[in-house]
Design a protein around this ligand. Sequence first.
Ligand code: SP5
Ligand code: ZN
Length: 360
Amino acid sequence: MASAIPLVWSDDHRLHDPAAEIWVGVRTPAAEVPERADAIRRAVTAAGAEVVPAASHDGTALEAVHDSALLAFLASAWRDWEAAGLPEDPGQDRVVPYIFPHPGLMDGLEPFLPAAAWARPGAFCFDTMTLIGPGTWEAARAAADVALTAAELVAGGRRAAYACCRPPGHHATRGAYGGSCYLNNAAIAAQRLRELGAARVGIVDVDAHHGNGAQSIFWERSDVFTGSVHVDPAAGWFPHFLGGAAERGAGAGAGANVNVPLPPGADDRDWLRGVGELLETARSHGVEALVLALGVDAAGGDPESPLEVTAGGFREAGRLVGRLGAPVVVVQEGGYDLASIGGLVLATLEGIDEGGGRNA
Ligand code: SP5
Ligand code: ZN
């Protein structure tokens, strides 16, 4: 079956090859590899999707969602690391943090921005798993361009567009990167939809991991509803420290964030109930456009999550999204089993078509 949803693309994702993750101090092979986006693109275009090249954008849309200090750090991090000689001595070929301005260290004081290139990453990164190399910034910029281009297609009247983003974005907050994410592509797309006329926008995140980035960025805003269904961080899963059902937003945004944490092993039925709850809540908030943060790592067999969703589950989630009736920007997040991720994304896009999201 042909997908009527255009796929927005940039070859520049390949400039980012983190190669490794530092987990419990050990250098392990990266899960977030360039082949991911290529595999997804192959499956979706084999089904007939039109490919739209990403248009480049200046920094304005990034500044609307991220701190300028984070953007400045990311833009020069690799150059600064190299200039400090760190690839030769001590022999570290990626930017990795080693000290963090932990609340327990600072006790309310404002941290310095470290002068040392080896200390500065800790001011902006919340884990040791999200490495920066040559080309990481260029690829992250390109992924944001992909998301922005998809948002502009939808604002221009397309019923749906698929942003084949890499690196992913949903763990990145206003001021920090981590979880294999540098810039929050979904949040950037949502903010752009707001600027282009949607009075209320929803971000529904179905990646296996909590969408902490959008939750935090829009925490005090009522104009962007955020929802995430994910494996319960309190049961031992990334991001470990947040993502519970009690997190509902604050101030003007009180009630405009919903988390549905699921137990490890949760299947289609549990997961689809969560997806449905998020979409219903988005509907009740009156969203005029939706961003679907589509990680497919909730699938059974994915090496990074214990959820057991099937391709049929992803197709049904797509149908629920299509039935919402709002135009939708689908933004790629996680999904790490190279053999299956393309089919899972395609099933979701076909579900959106079937549910009513077919382009006129
Ligand atoms: C975008 C996305 O799905 N990010 C999720 C990142 C979660 N990574 C947590 C990894 C936890 C440790 N896994 C052990 C594997 C060692 N290589
Ligand atoms: Zn994930």
